[in-house]
Structure formats: C-alpha cells, structure tokens
Design a protein around this ligand. Structure first.
Ligand code: PLP
Length: 412
C-alpha cells in the first residue's frame, strides 16, 4: 500500500503526543528537523525567564537564592533529568557544559583505577569527548592511552584488564547508531573498568535506564532533546555507590560540604553535589527546568515509538522519492537507531543549505552527512513527508548547486 499525504494527516490526528506541539513555539513555514542540535523553544520558557528576571532578580534581588530556591536548581533540574534517564533521585546534577562534565568525571574515573592506563573510546565519538581525553592524558603526564576503535560495535572487544574507563556516546552523533548500554556496561565491569556514557543524543530522545544498566558515570546536554535553550546547562550522573569515593578535580565552593562556612580547606559535599564547581547559571537553569517540566508530562515509550516511526517514514520516503541521486542511508534501519536519520552525499553541505532555504532545517556534519533529527513532541508525520518531498524536488531540479549554497558558514 502506498501512503498518501492524507494518511499522514490522519496519523497526526491519532497521535497521542499531538497536543505537545502546542506547547512549543514553531515558526510558520518551517519544518524543523534539528532538535538533535538545538531543541525548539517551549512556550513556557519565555514566561519562566520573565519571572526569574523581572520578579525574582528584579524585585527580590539576592534574597532569591533562598526565597526562590535558586540554590537548589542544580539538584532540582538534576532529579528531573534523572527521571528521563532512569536515575533515582540524588544521582544527577545540572551543571557546566557537557565538555566540562566529561573532564570532571573522566578525571575521577582515572583516579579511581590508578593501576590501569587505558581509556577505551571510538574514533567516531563526538570530537569534544576525544579532545577532553587527550588534554587530560597530557595533563596527567602522558601515562595513559586513548584506545580508539573504528566502529562502536568493536568497543567491547577493546576492553581489557588494562582499561580504567570506557567512554562512549550512547547514540552516535553522526549516524544515530546506538550502543547496547546494558551489555557494554556489563562488559566494562567484567574487565574491572568503569563506564562513562555521553547521553547528548539520548536524554529526552529515547528511554535510558542508567540505574537498571548499573552504569557508573554519565554526562549529557541540556540544549538538544531536553530543549533547554542555546548553551543550556549540561548534566552529570554518578551512581550512588561511587559518589563518596570521587575526589572532584574542579573542587570549587559549590561542591563543598558547607560552602557558606567559608572555611579555607576544601571538604567535598556528600553525594553527587560534590561535582558542582561554581555558581549555577540561574537564568539558563530556569529555562532548562521550564522545559523539563513539559517533557516530564510525556511518556518516554510513546516518544520512542513515534521517533522510530518518524524515522522509518523518512527513510522510506527519501529512498523512494530521491532514488538515483546519490543519497545513501548512514543510519541503522532498525531500532539500533536513535532519534535521527542521516544520509551521506558528496554535496551534502550544499544540499542542506538548499533545504534550509526552502524551510527544511536539518544540519550538516563533515565530511558528507546530512542529519535530520526527529523530536516526537513537536514533529508531525506530515512534516516528515513534506520534508522528503522538498528534498526530492531539490535533488530532481539540481537546485542545490548554486554558489551561495556552497559557501561554508561558521556553524554547519
Ligand atoms: C555527543 C556529544 N557530546 C558533547 C557535545 C557538546 O558538548 P558541549 O555542550 O560541551 O559543547 C555534543 C554536541 O553536539 C555531542 O554531540
């Protein structure tokens, strides 16, 4: 049976998540398929920011740290994120950026395995993860090795009794290929290593069960599927059983046991809070909390179900409508896929610019990946259909091949 646009409109009418779209600002005429890079703006965010800025900062000034409980924002947001990634309360805090949190937890992991020297990761990991590891190895005197496998599937075989920590991104940023979190975690533990998961493309996109997988450490982004806004605070997870053994490398006062005693000597706070460093970014964290409050109203299994259905539909439509134009699927066809679909094309950059000019917003990842993210809370089935139809037109006309579409912008 071939689908029609009307079938997809009917599917949107029956979608149990349909009402969430109303809770986001989405400009007319735009098909937004880039929530994996920057989530859309929840309507509640503007009012929350207004209240924090005008009512709290503006009127209550510094009293707000107590009166409006600004001081607990990292823990409050952390526990809310914990509900989305399978972490019981008291194990997640919102703080800093993903890169900084990686540095903190990778350092702690190496310190927790002093007799081991290897960090296992994959060449295709997001570059910041690899750069942070390289910088840390240098800082620690070059005693450690970053062992990179060529594909995620090779990671378990590279873990040995020399491995201190396995540092992997759960859902690959380019292809959307997803590790089996439980199996890889078990393999790391079997070898006596710790596991550090990067959940940048997982949190809010698909069910994650950190506690159920017995994970040790994790980090993730606030601005992608968590819709916390550009540069939103990131988060980190430390399993309860490891928390009091961690000696934070960035031992700032917000991770001190009693910051307002102003003692000269550092004494880590009990629990996950010791991984905080400096003053939380209150406005950014308030935006993140407003968005989390929207997300927590949705069922993650429904999100996953719709995300896979949107991806399947996009793959089928593109392969049918764009056949013969050199687009090759770079994502798994099955449930090994996260919430994105990627295609390669040697002129991927120009094709993506042509799509953006026509109102279909995805992004490009060098050297040749066109990446389309599906955020089930606000992406409709018909959007996916329309995006594929516009891509087909661009490919058939060759209209991507204009000088302005080849000129590289700073952010791709
Ligand atoms: C897997 C992964 N880790 C980390 C980051 C970014 O880290 P940061 O927020 O520190 O820039 C990204 C950004 O796209 C990412 O995809």
């Amino acid at each position: 049976m071939t689908l029609t646009r009307d079938d997809l409109l009917a599917r949107d009418r029956d979608d149990p998540l349909a009402s969430f779209r109303e809770r986001f600002e989405l400009p007319d005429g735009i098909l937004y398929l880039d929530g994996n890079s920057l989530g859309a703006l929840p309507r509640a965010t503007a009012e929350r920011i207004r209240a924090v800025v005008a009512d709290q900062w503006g009127l209550d000034l510094i009293k707000s740290w107590n009166v409006h409980d600004w001081i607990s924002l990292p823990q409050r947001c952390g526990d809310k994120i914990g509900r989305l990634v399978g972490a019981a309360p008291g194990q997640v805090v919102a703080a800093d950026s993903t890169s900084v949190n990686l540095f903190k937890l990778l350092t702690a992991a190496l310190e927790a395995r002093p007799d081991r020297t290897v960090i296992v990761s994959e060449r295709d990991n997001f570059p910041t993860d690899l750069y942070v590891a390289q910088g840390l190895i240098k800082m620690l005197g070059g005693r450690h090795e970053l062992r990179l496998v060529d594909t995620g599937a090779d990671a378990p075989a590279a873990i040995g009794d020399d491995t201190a920590v396995v540092m992997l991104t759960h859902v690959n940023y380019k292809s959307g290929w997803t590790h089996d979190m439980a199996a890889v975690t078990a393999r790391a533990h079997e070898a006596g290593a710790l596991i550090l998961w990067d959940l940048a493309h997982s949190a809010g996109a698909l069910p994650v069960d950190l506690d159920g997988c017995d994970a040790d450490l994790a980090v993730g982004c606030g601005y992608k599927y968590l819709n916390g806004g550009p540069g939103a605070p990131a988060f980190l997870y430390v399993a309860k059983r490891l928390q009091d053994a961690i000696q934070p490398p960035l031992s700032g006062w917000m991770g001190h046991a009693k910051p307002f005693e102003f003692d000269w000597e550092y004494q880590p706070a009990p629990g996950v809070a010791r991984n905080l460093c400096g003053t939380p970014s209150v406005i950014g964290m308030s935006a993140l909390e407003a968005s989390l409050d929207v997300m927590l109203g949705a069922d993650m299994d429904r999100i996953r179900e719709k995300s896979l259905a949107l991806g399947d539909l996009f793959i089928a439509a593109v392969e049918q409508e764009c056949a013969g134009h050199g687009l090759a699927l770079a994502s798994p066809r099955d449930a090994k896929r996260g919430s994105q679909v990627s295609f390669t094309h040697e002129n991927g950059y120009a094709i993506m610019q042509a799509l953006i000019a026509r109102g279909v917003i995805g992004d490009f990842r060098a050297p040749d990946i066109l990446r389309f993210g599906f955020t089930p809370l606000y992406t409709r089935y018909v959007d996916v259909w329309d995006a594929a139809a516009i891509l087909a037109e661009i490919m058939a006309e060759g209209s991507w091949d204009r000088p302005e579409f080849h000129a590289r912008a700073a952010v791709t």
